[in-house]
Write a protein that binds this ligand. Structure first.
Ligand code: MN
Length: 230
């Protein structure tokens, strides 16, 4: 037993539907601009040659149903509703078949973003960490292991803010498919069980205010809820 100077931080984990066991979270990879309409609303184009990624620490995880306070350091917190993929084994330099086999489950996620800081960092070509990788910025639902990858294209991803639909798209609109995202990442990382991939958000992102209720869903995958305290 290792003796530490202080108690190590707890391991972030997610519930898995139909199981008493939990899924221990390792890293969180997030793809940017994976829906053409969202890229457009951000004044950008989709990256046609290769996807681009940023990361969040596992400690940024918040569970669905939680109430969080409005984060410090921003006046323009945004929601981004996303399909999340959870890996179940090691995968390195994979082809798309191997990538598909590495998927353990799917979930709904909210990639909370300090949009004002992100805009400033983009302008200065600075890294996005303060805009993306902050505490409570990765809201994730329970995992669903019963989803077939090939069934996802027709499924609707949706976000409601205070009961009003703000984002709605089909998963088939994703520029880079799930297996392509895993294949790409696996050429830069030794991906592991416990790694999550946020697969990007459709158009309709917008601000979150104190007192808001966010409700998201991906048909056939699950749903997610978040409250922001007053
Ligand atoms: Mn995102």
């Amino acid at each position: 037993m290792t003796d530490y100077f202080f108690e190590p931080a707890p391991i972030a984990s997610l519930p898995v539907a139909g199981s008493d066991k939990r899924y221990a979270v390792n890293r969180i990879f997030c793809v940017g601009r994976n829906y053409a309409d969202h890229a457009k609303e951000m004044g950008a184009e989709v990256e046609k040659d290769q996807p681009f990624f940023f990361t969040k620490p596992g400690s940024a995880i918040v569970h669905s149903g939680a109430e969080i306070s409005y984060p410090p350091g921003t006046e323009n917190l945004h929601y981004e509703m996303e399909l999340v993929v959870a890996l179940g084994c090691n995968v390195f330099q994979a082809d798309q078949q191997q990538a598909k086999k590495s998927i353990f489950a799917y979930a709904c996620g909210l990639d909370l973003t300090r949009r004002d800081l992100q805009a400033r960092f983009k302008q200065k070509a600075h890294p996005w960490d303060l805009a993306k990788a902050f505490e409570n910025s990765a809201v994730v639902s329970g995992l669903n292991t019963e989803v077939e990858l090939d069934s996802l294209d027709d499924k609707t991803i949706q976000l409601k803010r205070n009961d009003q639909i703000k984002q709605q798209a089909k998963l088939g609109e994703m520029v880079w498919r799930v297996e392509e995202l895993i294949e790409f990442l696996s050429h830069y990382y030794h991906l592991q069980a416990g790694d999550l991939i946020f697969t990007g958000t459709p158009a309709g992102v917008g601000p979150v205010e104190r007192g808001d209720q966010l409700q998201g869903s991906v048909d056939g995958v699950g749903s997610i809820e978040l409250s922001i305290t007053r």
